[in-house]
Design a protein around this ligand. Structure first.
Ligand SMILES: C[S@@+](CC[C@H](N)C(=O)[O-])C[C@H]1O[C@@H](n2cnc3c(N)ncnc32)[C@H](O)[C@@H]1O
Length: 447
């Protein structure tokens, strides 16, 4: 999308709404309330349509959306990921806007916020499966030919390495049928289920282990499950959840866009709830997403070019570095004493986050809040103090820092960088790896 300003319908309200005067206190109370959500399930509505690392629990955005906005208000997530905040905004009758640069995040988020006619969608899904099954039985030669012409050389090599020949045929049979689905929204829903059988926490149909979680490595002794069988199961699960989306009454807009340069007018947003990538590039989204994006026609070279644009990526040339507040400058210079390159990577991250936070304050209405959720990151064993530094950067761009709440992560549920879950000793840093920080920022009224 060009940087044309996105038009948001304006709803004028008197400045003292129900939330008006007590807003600041309410924000502060919400930040000091229980944010651990122990024992709460995230398996409702469309939240579990597809795996995605480091999602926040839906209860978190829900709490701030319900506590700080009213129906019709605009809720923004500028790094929307799998869309948890926007699904909650939609369910609560708000106007959700999400931006991301990751093609898989955009697909995912769009499908998760688009209610569909259940019967029609189920019928289309069943037809896809039926025809795919049929062509596998009767038309294998044609499928092989299509498979041979579908990919360029690099992609062909990639697919051959990661998918067994029979799995490739099954996936080819499915994708061919998916391409024939007429209704655009239904097709996207069905395509997402296709992607969900490849990118899974526990292995999926490729030869990679634990794809959504770790650096992929090929497992020789894996017997991947049947792609058609997995598709059947996933489709049924997603259809069940789709039914619950019907109760959402909000409006949603999901757009490709860079959080450092938002195509939104000044002072148009009522609440921001977001979680940026980790400082140390600990979760490499593209690494997993390319496994299914390659089937949707993306070239590997275009995906790796895009990957360099992710906030927190470790390319350090051509970066616009900015002056950082003391805390961030100190962390960067301590790191530089052990590793110059990593210090530049961290400086890049804080520069990018400075631009993101400056955009957040620009688009927020005065007197409204941004909730920024970050995990701990380490570089060369050093804590990058992302919570403190982002709080300070928030102040530098004009926010009032209300507080930084700490929440304990449910290790079994949340997909975190793998190396964090396998440590036997418990240093202070390791303890903090199971925490996450909820930074509460308020845009002053007088800006
Ligand atoms: C931690 S994830 C967000 C997870 C999300 N809160 C959820 O619940 O699914 C961070 C997201 O930031 C996105 N991102 C990285 N660089 C970006 C940029 N320059 N502009 C917008 N989004 C970006 C990544 O693609 C990723 O989806």
């Amino acid at each position: 999308m060009s940087l044309q300003q996105l038009e948001l319908p304006t709803i004028q309200r008197p400045s003292t709404t129900r939330l008006g005067a007590g807003y600041r206190k309410r924000l502060s109370d919400l930040l000091s309330s229980d944010l651990d959500f122990r024992g709460k399930s995230s398996a409702y509505a469309s939240h579990n349509f597809h795996a995605f690392p480091a999602k926040f629990p839906p209860q978190l955005p829900k709490k701030f959306i319900e506590g700080l906005t009213e129906p019709g208000d605009v809720v923004l997530d500028p790094m929307v990921g799998s869309g948890t905040a926007i699904v909650e905004a939609f369910l609560a009758g708000r106007r959700g806007i999400g931006f991301d640069i990751d093609p898989m995040a955009l697909r995912l988020c769009k499908v998760k916020t688009t209610p569909l006619a259940l019967e029609e969608t189920a019928t289309a899904g069943n037809e896809v499966l039926h025809h795919a099954q049929e062509s596998l039985q009767k038309d294998e030669t044609k499928l092989r030919q299509e498979l041979n012409t579908r990919f360029e050389k690099e992609e062909r090599k990639f697919v051959n390495y990661w998918f067994l020949p029979f799995t490739q045929l099954e996936l080819m049979a499915l994708i061919r049928e998916l391409e024939h689905v007429q209704d655009h929204n239904i097709r996207e829903f069905l395509e997402l289920a296709f992607s969900a059988i490849i990118i899974t926490k526990s292995g999926g149909v490729s030869m990679a282990r634990d794809l959504a979680h770790t650096r992929p490595h090929r497992v020789q002794d894996k017997t991947p499950r049947s792609a058609l069988g997995e598709y059947r199961k996933r489709l049924d699960r997603n259809l069940k959840s789709l039914a619950t989306l019907a109760r959402g009454s909000g409006m949603v807009e999901i757009l490709r866009g860079n959080a450092q340069e938002l195509p939104l007018r000044n002072q148009t947003v009522d609440l921001i709830v977001t979680s940026p990538p980790y400082a140390s590039n600990a979760i490499d989204y593209m690494r997993a997403h390319k496994f299914s994006l390659v089937w949707f026609g993306h070239s590997l070279s275009s995906l790796s070019q895009l990957r360099r644009k992710y906030i927190g990526h470790d390319a350090v040339t051509g970066v616009e570095y900015v002056e950082l507040p003391d805390s961030a400058r100190q962390v960067v210079s301590s790191l530089a004493q052990v590793d110059q390159k990593k210090a530049k990577v961290l400086h890049r991250y804080y520069s990018e986050m400075t631009r993101c936070l400056a955009e957040m304050i620009r688009v927020l209405k005065p007197g409204k809040a941004a909730i920024v959720v970050v995990g701990l990151s380490t570089m060369r064993g050093m804590d990058t103090r992302t919570d403190v530094c982002l709080g300070e950067i928030g102040k530098q761009v004009g926010f009032e820092l209300i507080s930084i709440a700490v929440r304990r992560l449910d290790r079994d549920k949340r997909m975190m960088p793998a190396r964090w879950t396998h440590s036997s000793t418990r240093s202070q840093i390791e303890e903090r790896m199971h925490e996450e920080y909820v930074i509460g920022l308020l845009k002053p009224e007088a800006r």
